[in-house]
Design a protein. Structure first.
Length: 228
């Protein structure tokens, strides 16, 4: 298997080198960028498997880098934020980041998050139990091609949105708590950041608008997928 390359974009040299050391120790190739513009150049030059992106950088901040990356493709993004502020995390997820870490962070946790995001990228972990396409109401989901259609029309889902919908399909009419969804979809302990689930559920509801499915909030418990 070819070595996967991780791009670290951060203007703090100590963070870049610490992340490089731990990621290389885990077997990844690492390239770095010191600002947002350089990050975009490095993406074109190296075609990384994942981008570790600091929000606060000179010349071009992480928000703008994320926006441009998402406009062109589905490169996985792990955002770094210096503030333990829910709004930064929520906006980052809404812009298309796959995950986030708050500085200062444990470098071992960084490696675990990178590994988990890349594992999800191939779609194997969640889709392994169900390889055949499934139909529920007017919605069809195909784990092999990772395609979802509503009344025959394909809808575009990000990696985590697809994995979350597939998990709900596999537990239709069953209430799943936020912690259960974090474990099933993200595949590792997410330090209680259940707001991540709420953001992705909101995205799915928007994209499934007009379908015969609904994602019901069961207050105090979690969510369940239902068909009309």
């Amino acid at each position: 298997m070819p070595q996967e390359t991780i791009l670290i974009a951060d203007d703090d040299a100590s963070i870049r080198e610490l992340a490089r050391m731990y990621l290389e120790k885990d077997g990844y190739g690492v390239v770095t960028a010191v600002n947002g513009r350089q990050a975009l150049d490095k993406i074109k030059e190296t075609n990384p498997a994942l981008l570790v992106l600091d929000l606060m950088m000179p010349e071009m901040d992480g928000w703008e880098v994320c926006r441009r990356v998402r406009a062109e493709g589905h490169l996985p993004i792990l955002m770094l934020t210096a503030r333990d502020d829910d709004i930064d995390k929520i906006v980052g997820l809404e812009m298309g980041a796959d995950d986030y870490l708050t500085k200062p962070f444990n470098p071992r946790e960084l490696v675990a998050r990178v590994r988990a995001i890349l594992r999800r990228g191939g779609g194997t972990a969640v889709s392994a139990p169900t390889s055949k396409a499934r139909q529920l109401g007017n919605v069809s989901i195909d784990p092999a091609s990772r395609e979802v259609t509503v009344a025959g029309e394909r809808i575009n889902l990000r990696t985590k949105e697809f994995d979350l919908l597939l998990t709900l399909f596999e537990h239709v009419n069953i209430v799943l708590s936020r912690d259960q969804l974090l474990d099933l979809v993200w595949g590792y302990e997410f330090y209680g950041q259940t707001r991540t689930v709420d953001v992705h559920i909101a995205h799915l509801r928007d994209k499934l608008g007009g379908s015969s499915l609904s994602i019901e909030t069961v207050w105090g418990l979690g969510y369940k997928l239902m068909a009309e």
